[in-house]
Design a protein around this ligand. Sequence first.
Ligand code: NDP
Ligand code: MG
Length: 391
Amino acid sequence: MVTRSTRNLILLGATGSIGRSTLAVLRAHPEAFRLTGIAAYSSVSVLLEICREFSPKRVCLVDPGAAERFQSQVDDSSIEILSGQSGLTELAAAADADIVVNAVVGAAGLRASLATVAAGIPLALANKESLVAGGPLFQEAIAVGKPPILPIDSEHSALWQVLNGERRESIRRILLTASGGPFRQLPTDAFADITVEEALAHPTWQMGPKITVDSATLVNKGLEVIEAVNLFQVPIDAIEIVVHPQSIIHSMIEFVDSSIVAQLSRPTMVLPIRYALFWPDRVPGDDGRIDWNELRSLTFEPPDWERFPALGLAVEVARRGGTAPAIYNAANETAVAAFLERSIGFIEIPRIIERTLEASTLVDHPSLDDILTADATARETARRGMEKVKW
Ligand code: NDP
Ligand code: MG
């Protein structure tokens, strides 16, 4: 392995599930990275703890009230405190950053991802909503590979690892695996009674609440299809979803000669995070190691498109392009927040996405402004749609 000097790393979404796993990787490799900046929405006490352990120079709390509370509690007066979306994008493009990890949840991370790419800084991307909503805006960077966009999402990390050294023309199909979520075998007539607690109990992954609900509706797989189309520049018809409940195979590529190559590990996000941070090197680590004496069977089945209508909607919006994916994503974020607040039922989530798409006007070759407007309008449309349902 080539020895590299210590690199400055910025971690957006430091207080979340991916943020915590990223900190675990940094803790294990203190010689490799210096954490110079962190951001979150409003989790003051967790950010204070991270400051005590890692001494970053800059901290952003997007919520201005939380930034004030942080300022009044922090011991180290040399820390620069930023706030708002502008603070987040400023941190995401920090002049001395060697790599930025975007682990913010939702389209709230879009402008930060764009700022990192525009500054020419390698972007380790967990925030899939960036690529879904802003797909057209990333195409140039993706086409030239500079700065690199290093996927953290486990399926896309798998595809990236499998593609190492292969030609794009050699791809016949991407086989995107899906756990199927907690309701894979639940009878359709029981979907109306799904509780928040049941939706938050994922069988194989421990994640933040929004992506956990997305995994239960299969919206997450829908977002990942769009993410794969954008990242690997393949047509939507070249992507097949394979339900694989054990979450051991993280995705596969079928090449034109009919060879299929897969990436496997036990489900853990530490492995794809570490791969993204150290790429193109591989560093030793046991997280995710498979015990072949214990592993008995890997099973596969096709997705149930009827039971999970949000999946088909995602394929439609991927095909439609323009602002359609941004609208799908914004409607879903709004519906999931309402479901988590217990104001709508689980089965309303795909209905709200569908109704919002139907009520929206699409823009074909969107600018950032077009995408931000589509996002804001879709949230409003989705909210109004939910109010009507309550009446
Ligand atoms: P969490 O909910 O655990 O964490 C979200 C993070 O984003 C927190 O740090 C939160 O700060 C911050 N945040 C929330 N809203 C905003 C905002 N408006 N502006 C800035 N920061 C904000 O989410 P996860 O870690 O589970 O997921 C993060 C991203 O990674 C998502 O895009 C998800 O799809 C993706 N991902 C996650 C996986 C996982 O295993 N968890 C796997 C693959 C992808 P605060 O604490 O202050 O609210
Ligand atoms: Mg994933």
